[in-house]
Structures are given as structure tokens and as C-alpha cells.
Design a protein around this ligand. Structure first.
Ligand SMILES: CC(C)(COP(=O)(O)OP(=O)(O)OC[C@H]1O[C@@H](n2cnc3c(N)ncnc32)[C@H](O)[C@@H]1OP(=O)(O)O)[C@@H](O)C(=O)NCCC(=O)NCCS
Length: 222
């Protein structure tokens, strides 16, 4: 793996200029990571634990990035490398792909950078930090000559339609622009493409536990 360079920039929010930096996370960051995690994921069944973070950082800290606003951790993207073949299995889930969030499923010979979690502290949401973290994942894939970034998106707006459509029908309607889902749109704005529904992907009542496999292909960057 090549050494990831730190990335720095500035954004202006309501006339205040804030300094933004993305850097690799390390074990010393765990207390701050837990704070962001609890705020971004209020339901404790969806949160990474201290043990999860420890394991992730021991196994593959190269795939864990924090975004800092004026020196404070505001969000993070935690990923691991997987081989394509794990996506050919019929019944995979977030739990099997990420080894229940511990990342022991990481396979350094694989070609897919899989985003196990993307979280921004609600106090900093809507500033473009989530998008910057996705850009970081893409540049990680480019600099390490991997094939793609993949992730399973929740479908939070499905809750309004669940009495009418199955998740597959919902995704088909979304693709035909017959309904909208803010999180799928967020990923599409970052040039990820929705592929297919993953039933029983991740505990998320709004999504009826379904996820949508989203892919950004490195070849599309050329
Ligand atoms: C998803 C998440 C990481 C986005 O982070 P962010 O820093 O707010 O992302 P950005 O500012 O780059 O873009 C967010 C976009 O989503 C929109 N958005 C955010 N929350 C929304 C909501 N509840 N309803 C509708 N739109 C929403 C914003 O308006 C913005 O759209 P725009 O670019 O057209 O203005 C953040 O909302 C989060 O941490 N959510 C909780 C955890 C989660 O769901 N993670 C993703 C799991 S698949």
C-alpha cells in the first residue's frame, strides 16, 4: 500500500473559514471516534464499539480516515479490502462482509475497497464532509490500483413506501426517477451507481434492513 498523503483544504461556512483536513485514524483517536459514532448513529444497535474500532485499526488502519474541522474529528470513513468473490455469494450481509465490524475479513490481495461505515457528526452534516470522505475513498482506490469502491447504502426514505413496494420495486422506481431517496442520491452525486438490493443487509428499521449495493469503478475515473 502506498502511504496516503494527508489532505488539507478550507471551506467557508456562513462567512467563517474553517480548516478541513483528512488523515488516517489511529488507536489514539478511539475516544473521539466513539463520540462521533454515538452522535451519527443514535441507535446503539447500529454503532461500532470500542472493540470494533480497535480491531479495525489493528487490521487495516490504512482504510480508516478521519475528517477534521478546525482540529476536531467531525466524521470518518472506515473501510477494508475484499475480494470480488465475496459479492458472488447469495446471502452476504454487512455483518459477513465486515466480520461484524471487526474487519477480520480484510483481504489485502483483493481489489475492492469496501466502506464498512461512513459517519458525520450531525453538527457538521450538510457541509460536504461526507462527500469529501467518499472522494478520499476514491483516491485511495486510484493510488493503490484497486478496481472499485463499494458500499451498501441504507434506504432511509423506504419507510414511506414499505406498505406499497418491496425494496427491489423501490430501487427500480428510484432508478426510473419515480421516487427519491436522499441517501441514494447523496451517493449518486458522488458518482456511485446503484446496482442491486441486498436483503437483510444491516439492522435499520427505516430500510426494513435492506441495503443497496453502490459501486464506483476506478475505470470510470480515466
Ligand atoms: C450520510 C452522511 C455521512 C452524509 O454526510 P454529510 O457530511 O452530511 O454529507 P454532505 O454534506 O456531503 O452531503 C449530504 C447531502 O445529503 C443531504 N441530506 C443529509 N441529510 C438529509 C436528510 N435527513 N434528508 C434529506 N437530505 C439530507 C444534504 O442536504 C446534502 O445534499 P446536497 O449535497 O444536495 O446539499 C451523514 O448524513 C451521516 O453520518 N448520517 C448518519 C450515518 C449514515 O447514515 N451513514 C451512511 C450509511 S449508508
Amino acid at each position: 500500500m502506498r502511504n496516503e498523503l494527508h489532505w488539507r483544504s478550507k471551506i467557508t461556512v456562513k462567512t467563517e473559514t474553517r480548516s478541513i483536513a483528512i488523515r488516517k485514524l489511529s488507536l489514539a483517536d478511539i475516544p473521539e471516534m466513539l463520540m462521533v459514532e454515538k452522535l451519527a448513529w443514535p441507535d446503539s444497535k447500529q454503532q461500532f464499539s470500542k472493540e470494533n474500532f480497535k480491531s479495525q485499526l489493528r487490521i487495516f488502519s490504512n482504510g480508516c480516515f478521519g475528517i477534521y474541522v478546525d482540529g476536531k474529528l467531525a466524521g470518518m470513513l472506515n473501510g477494508l479490502i475484499l475480494s470480488k468473490s465475496v459479492f458472488f455469494k447469495k446471502d452476504y450481509s454487512w455483518y459477513s462482509l465486515t466480520d461484524n465490524g471487526n474487519f477480520k475479513s480484510h483481504n489485502g490481495k483483493g481489489k475492492i475497497f469496501f466502506v464498512g461505515s461512513l459517519s458525520v457528526n450531525p453538527a457538521y452534516q450538510g457541509l460536504g464532509l461526507g462527500k469529501l470522505l467518499l472522494e478520499k475513498a476514491k483516491s485511495f482506490v486510484i493510488s493503490n490500483r484497486l478496481e472499485s469502491v463499494m458500499l451498501g447504502s441504507r434506504i432511509p426514505d423506504y419507510k414511506k413506501f414499505k406498505s406499497r413496494y418491496t425494496p427491489i420495486q423501490y430501487l427500480n422506481k428510484y432508478k426510473k426517477h419515480e421516487l427519491s431517496d436522499w441517501l441514494l442520491r447523496f451517493y449518486e452525486n458522488a458518482k456511485f451507481k446503484p446496482k442491486s438490493v441486498i436483503p437483510n443487509y444491516f439492522y435499520d428499521p427505516d430500510s426494513s434492513n435492506a441495503g443497496v449495493l453502490m459501486i464506483w469503478d476506478n475505470k470510470d475515473s480515466k
